[in-house]
Design a protein around this ligand. Structure first.
Ligand code: PHB
Length: 362
């Protein structure tokens, strides 16, 4: 008789051809707003180094373009200084035997002029203002009114992703990049029918709404290698004024997963907005549907704060488990889960403040 070995979250994992993860716990991308002038710094290198026992760190959302800086003090990856800053972070994580992907987040219409560098333009698939407000250094303001992207702007924006990815991997030594196509930012704005009312080849049908994302994924993969490119999606997400459920949702994610499989992307990362973002319950088992249609590595999570909950995600057929907020206040989270030690609760008041308090002092 043979026994099927149960997957354990503390087992190592081969991601793509070249990346060996020491365990199956992924530190989720978390906006922390410590990048003064949008440049990654030594304090950030220390923060990521402290958390390098995760199998894989996905960095906070990082803009590939000056046009994609939606929040105060988020990092970019489009200037020489930013790439130098990312190199320090890559080196500090690697010195602890960790791995790090940078998440490329272009915020599109989720921004306010006050947060954007001079000379930039707020871009989105359509000229529709997102409901809700954005925080700035001087308080909350309505979201900016975006300009509908021209075909030239679509190509130049895709190229910004390619250049940022190439520099992060080749110059900064980052292990790979994650395309942020979730949570209502630019790529999600193209996919969701509420924010995309285009009548050209980038709007309307499933093929058209996913075109911006798929073309960009292909271009980035061709440049740095498909096994260094992952993607994050948020089916049923409502955060940042997205329509949670829509008629073509299942078809959209089936098509996206199959097309991403053809590009042989390193992984699909599914954020479960039911937990941290209060999204409505899912109508379908969309994680399973995506896994079946992708057949590659799928990361998911949501409310994971114990070894048992992490292993339940693996037992459901997925490959890696993301953990977000517990990593903020428990830098040695992996060890704590292993020893079943009680977790420290994070202080929400310092999630987005500029200093080391509530950042590297847990
Ligand atoms: C946020 O800063 O609130 C934020 C950023 C990126 C996300 C989700 C939330 O994907």
């Amino acid at each position: 008789m043979f026994k099927i070995k149960k997957m354990n979250v503390f087992d190592s994992f081969q991601l793509g051809k070249t990346i060996e993860l020491k365990n199956r716990i992924v530190m989720a991308p978390l906006t922390r707003c410590r990048a003064i002038d949008n440049i990654p710094n030594d304090l950030m290198a220390k923060y990521y180094q402290q958390r390098a026992s995760a199998g894989l760190i996905i960095s906070e959302g990082t803009s590939p373009s000056p046009n994609g800086i939606g929040y105060p003090r988020i990092p970019g990856a489009y200037s020489d200084e930013q790439i130098t800053g990312w190199k320090k972070i890559a080196d500090s994580v690697h010195s602890e035997g960790g791995k790090i992907f940078v998440q490329l987040m272009h915020t599109g219409r989720i921004t306010a002029k006050a947060n954007m560098p001079d000379g930039t333009v707020t871009l989105a698939p359509s000229s529709i203002i997102a409901a809700g407000e954005m925080f700035t250094e001087t308080g909350m303001v309505a979201h900016d009114s975006p300009k509908a992207m021209t075909l030239d702007e679509i190509v130049s924006t895709q190229n910004e992703y390619v250049v940022a990815a190439k520099r992060l991997v080749n110059e900064a030594g980052i292990d790979g990049i994650e395309l942020h196509a979730a949570n209502g930012y630019l790529m999600n704005q193209f996919m969701n029918p509420k924010s995309n009312r285009r009548e050209d080849q980038y709007g309307g049908s499933i093929e058209n709404r996913t075109r911006f994302v798929l073309e960009t994924a292909k271009k980035v993969a061709d440049e740095i290698g498909s096994d260094k490119v992952g993607i994050r999606v948020s089916p049923y997400g409502a955060y940042n004024d997205m329509q949670s459920d829509y008629e073509a949702l299942e078809g959209t994610f089936i098509y996206l997963a199959r097309e991403l499989a053809k590009i042989e992307l390193a992984y699909i990362h599914i954020v479960d907005q039911r937990v941290a973002f209060g999204a409505p319950d899912f109508t379908l088992d969309i994680k399973k549907i995506i896994k079946e249609n992708f057949q590659g590595v799928v990361i998911s999570g949501g409310d994971v704060n114990s070894e048992e909950k992490a292993n339940a995600i693996l037992a459901s057929g997925l490959d890696l488990v993301y953990v977000g907020r517990p990593f903020i206040s428990n830098p040695n989270l992996v060890e704590k889960l292993q020893n079943n030690t009680e977790l420290v609760a994070p202080d929400m008041d310092t999630f987005y403040s500029p200093s080391e308090i509530g950042y590297t002092d847990y």
